[in-house]
Write a protein that binds this ligand. Structure first.
Ligand code: GRF
Length: 195
């Protein structure tokens, strides 16, 4: 059975990308990571992906200024050039325009470090602590036009204990992310491949 050709979009260190690459090293995993794209040419994840023999592309957003759609059109063209079928955003720190969201509707996932619908946006762990929550966690969801909205594929949670700092939570949740994302990408790839 052929595996679903998947691209990972990153902006930084790419630890979630790494978790997806590792999962896809199992030939039985339903997705294959064929391309990693970064909007930031200095993203640490680019070198990690290249070291694994995966094709990479740095498509810097800065020359496009405020024209976010033209930047996305370049990304879209690059994805199609590599025959990509599914896209995983993994620490991709740009808000997408409707162009890219619509181009990949039902075929683009994101991981977010909160138990959505709680705390879309930034500073999720600070907000969970400030609210006195007992749990925090992460969510993998399909990407739709609303930021950090879209149908949820999976969530994982962990207890918040008294005295926890945002950094403590970020570390604990990241460990969960690295397990959750490969599971959810597998589910999405199976949905693309069909029965
Ligand atoms: C993760 O916490 C992810 O949930 C968020 O950005 C962070 C990216 O980390 N969207 P990494 O680059 O995958 O290490």
């Amino acid at each position: 059975m052929s595996r679903v050709r998947t691209a990972v979009l990153i902006s930084g260190r790419g630890s979630n990308m790494d978790a997806l690459i590792r999962a896809a090293q199992d030939p039985a995993y339903p997705a294959e990571i064929v391309l990693v794209v970064a909007n930031n040419p200095d993203a640490g994840g680019l070198a990690k992906a290249a070291a694994e023999g995966i094709e990479t592309a740095a498509i810097d957003h800065r020359p496009f200024g405020k024209d976010r759609e033209s930047h996305e059109r370049m990304i879209d063209a690059r994805l199609r050039q590599s025959g990509v079928e599914l896209v995983a955003l993994a620490g991709y720190m740009r808000v997408l325009t409707p162009f890219l969201v619509r181009a990949w509707a039902g075929r683009m996932l994101n991981i977010h470090p909160s138990l959505l619908p709680l705390y879309p946006g930034l500073h999720t762990h600070e907000r969970a602590i400030a609210s006195g929550d007992a749990f925090c966690g992460c969510t993998v969801h399909y990407v739709t036009e609303g930021v950090d909205e879209g149908p949820i594929l999976g969530q994982a949670s962990v207890a918040i204990t008294p005295g926890d700092t945002p950094d403590d939570l970020a570390l604990r949740v990241l460990t969960l992310e690295h397990r959750l994302y490969p599971d959810c990408l597998a589910k999405a790839a199976e949905a693309v491949r069909g029965p």
